[in-house]
Each structure stands twice: as C-alpha cells, then as structure tokens.
Ligand binder design. Structure first.
Ligand code: M1P
Length: 253
C-alpha cells in the first residue's frame, strides 16, 4: 500500500466484521487494529446501531479515542476524533403525522403475530431510523437464536417488510435486515452511504475509501455502501476474514 495514513480511509461495519454477531471484540484483534492498522490508515466504524450499542460491542468508550470517525446509526450521527460534529433526525424529515401512522401500524402488526415468544421493546426509535423487532429487543441472548431459527422457517421479517412497503408505498422508506432478530427502517438514502457525505468533504483528502462488511448482499445493511462507486468494498464473513485482508493490504506479518 503506497498511500499515507491521511490518504486512505478504512470504514468497518461492526457485527460480523469487527466482532462476531452481538459479541465483544476479541482483545487480540482490538490490539491488532489499534497498534498495527491505525498507524497505517485512518480508521472509522459505521454501524446500524446507536453509540451505546457500539460501546457494548467494542469494549466501551475507548473507541472515542481510538477511531478517527465513528458513525452510529449509519452516519446519521457523526463523531470525529471523539467529538459529535453532526446529527440528523427522522422526525424532522418525516413529520409527526407520518411517524404516528407508521408506528401505530407496526405495533398493531406485531401484536397480531403468532411467535414462539414475545418480550419487550418491539420498536426502538433512534435518531435516524426505527428498529423493529417482532419478538422484542429485550429477549435473552439464548432466545435470539430461537427467534432467528423461527424466522428462517417462517420469514416473519420478510413478510412484515413486504406488508409495510405496501401500506406505506407513499413514504420513501428503506427496509433492511442487518441483524438476527430485527430490521431497520429509515428514509431512502439514509443507509450506510450517508456517512460518505461526511468523509468526502473537501477538507479531507482520501484517495481510497475501503469498506468492510458482512451483510453485503442486496437487502443487507452493508449493500449500498459496499457497491457505492466511492468505496472499495470488501466482503467478509467473520472478524478473522477482516484481519486477513488487512494483513495482506498492509503487508503486516
Ligand atoms: O448492526 C446490525 C444490526 O444489529 C442489531 O440487529 P439485531 O438486534 O436484529 O441482531 C440492530 O442494532 C440493528 O439495528 C443493526 O442493523
């Protein structure tokens, strides 16, 4: 790699890319990232989840110090060198009437679903998106796997998305399955490419922007940024793939 640190930006998804799903980053990989990769490239994370959840998976607030950029909620929140520099909100764009209609419909829909179990928090309202979880986000880790298997057989999330699309055909929303038990809903264009608006500003001079993600297939929440012409996309299955690609890229032994 001939580019210097300010010329190359590496953007990472978290779940399945820097960590195993909903797990903590492995200490060895964390050390590798901060000690071997960071001196060679500008580094950033872009996730569907909010900052608190990023802290949970990435070993706490240390990420504020270590990452040059942090983009929670697909970059709707922009953090540069540990400082929040911008934020966008879904209610400002959609307005309360549309939101009211959408949330009421989604909660009624979930109420009518027959599932192996239901817990709490079926709709989590975030700055730039809503996360809808038919079984409830408060389920236990062991119950996640139960719902995931049930969903694989019965396509609960896919069917709900299709129905929401039909009902809200007049609202320009994108639906994306990024994790195990839920799906994200956000205004069109507010996918992970949103963070590129920030890093492509003139004050930066990135010659290459690399993106690493696991959900790169159509419908996955890494798809849009993976295929975006402004990025060089790397498809990974696990953090071990990510490490291997980085070792090759920078010739790290
Ligand atoms: O980062 C991927 C996804 O992680 C979570 O999904 P789930 O709880 O279904 O495994 C959510 O935070 C989701 O918003 C996010 O896209």
């Amino acid at each position: 790699m001939n580019l210097s640190r300010p010329e190359i930006l590496l953007l990472f998804d978290i779940d399945g890319t820097l960590t195993f799903p909903r797990s903590l980053i492995e200490p060895d990989f964390e050390t590798f990232l901060y000690e071997k990769v960071k001196p060679r490239a500008t580094i950033g994370i872009v996730g569907g989840a909010d900052l608190e959840k990023m802290f949970e998976q990435m070993n706490g607030q240390r990420i504020l110090k270590e990452f040059d950029f942090i983009f929670p909620e697909n970059g709707l929140v922009q953090i540069e060198n540990g400082v929040e520099v911008g934020k966008e909100s879904i209610q400002r764009l959609l307005g309360e009437d549309t939101l009211h209609r959408f949330i009421s419909y989604a909660l009624r829909y979930v109420a009518d679903l027959k599932l192996p179990f239901k817990r709490g928090t079926f709709l989590e309202f975030r700055n730039g998106m809503m996360n809808i979880c038919p079984c409830g986000r408060q389920c236990a880790r062991s119950e996640r796997a139960i719902f995931a298997a049930y969903d694989k057989e019965h396509n609960i999330r896919e069917k709900m998305i299709a129905d929401l699309k039909r009902e809200f055909h007049d609202v320009d929303l994108t639906y994306s399955i990024g994790g195990q038990i839920s799906f994200d809903v956000y205004p069109h264009g507010w996918d992970k490419t949103f963070c590129l608006r920030h890093v492509t500003q003139d004050r930066f001079n990135f010659k290459e922007i690399h993106f690493f993600g696991d959900k790169t297939e159509k419908g996955g929440n890494d798809y849009e940024i993976f295929i975006d012409p402004r990025t060089i996309g790397h498809k990974v299955e696990t953090p071990h793939d990510t490490r291997r690609i980085l070792e090759n890229m920078f010739n790290i032994q």
